[in-house]
Write a protein that binds this ligand. Structure first.
Ligand code: ATP
Length: 218
């Protein structure tokens, strides 16, 4: 069996160094076979992104282009209607019946999991790898506390020897960067340099995909 497929979903509005460094550390430290970046089309559980799906996909492609082990998967961008992670995981499980799948989530995303469609099925389809983010604590009680108590693993080998069902919490370098913060920077006319890869900054500048929501260009 090749290494686990790490699945990094998000709206990526825009993709930034917090996403990229997290994906890179998880790729290396958990010896994943690949990290598959899956930009959401029309995500159901949050506000509509500012940049259109094609542009967010282009920014993800530009950001990961030179990194071996990083792969872009455009299935959600091309899906009509609201995109749900559970549907993507069902598809990936059918495509890779003997491969470990690891859904990579920041702690904030993990804490919102109970709002996702058919969320209780998600740990049956994939492992959950939860990356620590600044300011967020591991839940001790409630449904997620119970889920962790039942499924938490402290052994990264479990992600290789089983196909799904474990929850693994992994500390990554803490980078307090968010797409929301970046959009604010751009809308207020400041430069997002060094918070996004240069090719992403160029797409943002050339298309004015965020600046047109504010006063001036980045
Ligand atoms: P927004 O500010 O628009 O909510 P975001 O920066 O949180 O965006 P998303 O595209 O919503 O980015 O997040 C996709 C995934 O990346 C989620 O699992 C989220 O927890 C994770 N993530 C986002 N920012 C970071 C960061 N700085 N460090 C680690 N993980 C992150």
């Amino acid at each position: 069996m090749s290494g686990p497929i790490g699945i990094f979903g998000g709206t990526f509005d825009p993709i930034h160094v917090g996403h990229l460094r997290t994906g890179f550390e998880l790729l290396q430290e958990l010896a994943l076979g690949e990290v598959r970046w899956i930009p959401a089309g029309n995500p159901g559980h949050r506000e509509a992104p500012l940049a259109d799906p094609g542009l967010r996909l282009a920014m993800v492609r530009a950001a990961v282009a030179d990194q071996p082990g990083f792969v872009v998967d455009d299935r959600e961008v091309h899906r009509t209607g609201i995109t749900y992670t559970v549907d993507t995981l069902r598809e990936l499980r059918a495509e890779h019946p003997t491969r470990s799948l690891c859904l990579l989530l920041g702690m904030d995303a993990f804490l919102g999991l109970p709002k996702w469609r058919e969320w209780q099925l998600i740990p049956q389809l994939a492992h959950l790898v939860v990356a620590h983010r600044p300011g967020w604590r591991v839940p001790q009680d409630g449904v997620l506390g119970e889920l962790l108590a039942a499924h938490r693993s402290h052994h990264r080998d479990d992600l290789h020897t089983t196909l799904a069902g474990r929850i693994y919490v992994h500390a990554v370098t803490q980078l307090e960067v968010s797409s929301t913060g970046l959009r604010d920077i751009i809308v207020s006319g400041r430069d997002p340099r060094f918070l996004v890869p240069d090719p992403v900054r160029e797409i943002i500048r050339d298309t004015e995909c965020y600046a047109r929501h504010g006063r001036r260009r980045p």
